[in-house]
Write a protein that binds this ligand. Structure first.
Ligand code: BTN
Length: 326
């Protein structure tokens, strides 16, 4: 971490309170001049830092810039050991995370971006990722799972993210199998899990879980206009970085916890409760084939149980299938 990042970390941890240049210098083992330079550089980046005589520097609570340092103070439990790289603009956080995973990055390495120019969705689609409107994050996981159990990762993370949105935005999200998160009838979040198989033991080398959350209303393109929604609605111009930082941290805290309940599958009860397809007539798109049926449940492997038009129960367990309300 650079000195500037370290200074920002301490200021974020003490947001709204003054901390003297002397104390900062001592804590970070540098001179007061270096602190002064770091503060000026942060101000040039847009941070509003008050300097109060005899008190020191204060990062004002109404700052709007989200950064790794604004998220760290809210991390709890296992997530405290996660490492966040926050970037302004990237092609796709999943692509960058994959490169890191291939180079041995450890579980809990996270890339977050304010904007993606080539955001990837499921089934080869793109994911609309404009600046200042959403959270686009990818986390590297290395769970000890067999390849046939990988649906557990996606579904447990869907619960983790849905609960984080519920808590921070005081809403009641629903999950559309496999991993789309809805508020009322609008999709506010999509999850794309990609991974690499270890051919020697039939397990996973790594999984990249990419999460895209629409935070604020934006000019959604024509093809998703009717289905896309946002967690917070129209952005309040005075909105500070805190709400976004808290939501991201809550997502990460819940993911940390979710990794512990992956094998015992206890999260599946919550997944079932939040499933919006159960009891509904659905349309299943499998490559070019279209079938109809009724969703009747979620099995213990997170597969979707469907009664087809002949009354036969089938289980959908493939990420290659797309399901819509009929
Ligand atoms: C979907 O709804 O089809 C899944 C969308 C997943 C989008 C996220 S945004 C962060 C990560 N990086 C990507 O390129 N995609 C995922």
């Amino acid at each position: 971490m650079s000195l500037k990042q370290n200074v920002l970390k301490v200021l974020e941890e003490n947001k709204g309170q003054s901390i003297s240049g002397n104390k900062l210098a001592k804590e970070l083992s540098v001179t007061r001049t270096s602190i002064w330079k770091a503060i000026n550089s942060l101000r040039n980046d847009g941070y509003i830092i008050d300097a109060v005589t005899n008190k020191g520097y204060c990062l004002v609570p109404y700052n709007k810039i989200v950064s790794a340092e604004s998220i760290y103070p809210f991390l709890l439990g296992k997530a405290k050991n996660f490492h966040i790289d926050y970037q302004d603009k990237v092609t796709s956080t999943n692509l960058l995370a994959k490169e890191l995973a291939l180079n041995g990055a450890k579980e809990g390495t996270i890339i977050i971006a304010n904007e993606q120019t080539n955001g990837k969705g499921r089934l080869g689609r793109s994911f609309y990722s404009p600046a200042n409107s959403g959270v686009y994050l990818s986390i590297i996981l290395r769970p000890n799972l067999n390849i046939e159990d990988t649906l557990l990762i996606t579904t447990s993370i869907a619960v983790a993210v849905a609960k984080a949105i519920d808590d921070v935005a005081s809403v009641n999200t629903g999950i559309k199998w496999v991993n789309d998160i809805f508020i009322k009838d609008k999709k506010v979040c999509g999850i794309l899990t990609e991974g690499a198989i270890n051919f020697e033991n039939g397990g996973l080398n790594y999984a990249i879980v990419g999460i895209g959350i629409n935070l604020f209303e934006s000019d959604f393109p024509e093809d998703i206009k009717n289905i896309a929604g946002s967690v917070f609605g129209i952005q309040d111009k005075e909105q500070t970085s805190s709400i976004t930082s808290k939501l991201i941290a809550k997502v990460l805290n819940n993911i940390g916890d979710a990794m512990d309940s992956l094998h015992d599958r206890t999260y599946l009860d919550e997944y079932r409760k939040k499933s919006i397809l159960i009891g509904k007539e659905i349309k299943i798109l499998n490559n070019k084939n279209i079938e109809y049926g009724k969703a009747i449940g979620i099995d213990d492997n997170a597969g979707l149980l469907v009664e087809d038009t002949n009354g036969t129960i089938i289980t959908l367990s493939s990420g290659e299938v797309s399901v819509r309300l009929a």
